[in-house]
Design a protein around this ligand. Structure first.
Ligand code: SF4
Length: 154
C-alpha cells in the first residue's frame, strides 16, 4: 500500500506474522475420529491468508479415521498397541518443512494431541488423564524456534 503527498511517497509495509495451524482447528476433518475441531479465530486466520493449515499425522501417512494414539515413554502407540512413532516423526518433519516454506514464526496447534499438543498431552493410559509434555510436531516446531500456543490461547 502506498500514499503520495507533497512530493513524498510513503510506502506502508503491512507486517503479517505467518502462522502454521492444526488443520482440524481450521475446520478440516483430519482428526483420528474423522471429525474436525473448528475454531473460529483459527478459521479466520486461514481465510485472511495469515495461516497455513497442516495435519502432521496425515502428512506422516496415517489414515483418517485412525485409532487414537498417545505418548508412552517417549514413543507413540495406538490404543490397539501399534507403534506409530515413526509416522508421527515423519509427519512432523513434513509439517516443519511447510512452516519454513511459508515463513511461519508462530503456531496455533490443537491441545492435548500426541502430535499437536503443547504443554500437556494425554498420559498414555487412554483414560483421559493429562500429563506435562509436548506432542511430536509441537516439540519439533519449538526446537526450530517457532512459538507454539494452543487454541485455548487465541
Ligand atoms: Fe488435528 Fe494435529 Fe490431530 Fe491432525 S494431528 S487431527 S492437525 S490435532
Amino acid at each position: 500500500m502506498s500514499y503520495a503527498g507533497r512530493g513524498n511517497r510513503i510506502n506502508l509495509i503491512l507486517l503479517i506474522v505467518m502462522k502454521i495451524v492444526s488443520a482440524c482447528l481450521a475446520g478440516m476433518k483430519t482428526r483420528y475420529d474423522g471429525k474436525a475441531k473448528p475454531h473460529p479465530k483459527v478459521m479466520e486466520m486461514v481465510k485472511k491468508g495469515e495461516a497455513v493449515p497442516v495435519c502432521p499425522e496425515q502428512l506422516g501417512g496415517l489414515p483418517t479415521p485412525r485409532p487414537a494414539a498417545e505418548i508412552i515413554n517417549g514413543r507413540v502407540f495406538t490404543c490397539e498397541g501399534r507403534d506409530v512413532t515413526e509416522a508421527l516423526a515423519k509427519g512432523a518433519e513434513k509439517g516443519l518443512e511447510i512452516a519454513k516454506l511459508a515463513k511461519c514464526t508462530e503456531a496455533v496447534l490443537a491441545s492435548r494431541s500426541p502430535s499437536c499438543g503443547s504443554g500437556e498431552v494425554y498420559d498414555g493410559t487412554f483414560s483421559g488423564k493429562l500429563t506435562r509434555g509436548d506432542g511430536v510436531f509441537a516439540a519439533l516446531l519449538k526446537k526450530n524456534g517457532i512459538m507454539v500456543c494452543t487454541e485455548d490461547d487465541v
